[in-house]
Design a protein around this ligand. Structure first.
Ligand SMILES: N=c1c2ncn([C@@H]3O[C@H](COP(=O)(O)OP(=O)(O)OP(=O)(O)O)[C@@H](O)[C@H]3O)c2ncn1[C@@H]1O[C@H](COP(=O)(O)O)[C@@H](O)[C@H]1O
Length: 109
């Protein structure tokens, strides 16, 4: 599963040097961090609206579609900051077997 994330991360790195007229990712970089963050926020809102609709309709296809848009734009944000999915997966792995409540308490120490 994370192979796809790693492969996508590699493509995103390559696209930093690409022509903004032929690459969506390059066009986001050309517009700057604020545009990338705007897209993350937009996709976040679209994801939660799709989830609210799915709760009533039972149709989850849009939730998957919008979450993919959200993950994709989050990865562009990470790439912009010199980060990749590896760092996020490592953090999730670190939290593995740690109760969410314990983890929260450890943040306040
Ligand atoms: N996974 C994605 C991906 N998911 C979503 N998108 C694009 O994200 C955009 C989503 O924005 P919106 O739905 O808001 O549409 P929009 O109206 O075009 O956006 P705005 O003009 O409002 O900014 C669309 O243009 C989608 O095509 C993606 N674009 C690229 N990828 C991956 O990134 C790779 C590199 O893409 P390029 O840089 O275009 O070569 C591709 O091969 C894919 O693997």
């Amino acid at each position: 599963m994370s192979d796809v994330l790693n492969q996508l991360a590699q493509v995103l790195e390559e696209r930093k040097q690409a022509d903004p007229d032929s690459s969506y990712v390059a066009s986001l970089h050309a517009k700057g961090l604020n545009k990338i963050l705007e897209k993350v926020g937009e996709e976040c809102t679209e994801t939660l609206l799709a989830a609210k609709d799915a709760e009533h309709s039972g149709d989850t296809r849009d939730v998957i579609y919008e979450t993919a848009d959200l993950w994709f734009h989050s990865m562009v944000m990470l790439s912009r900051l010199g980060l990749g999915p590896g760092e996020v997966i490592d953090e999730l792995a670190r939290r593995f077997d740690l109760s969410g409540l314990e983890e929260k308490a450890s943040r306040n120490k």
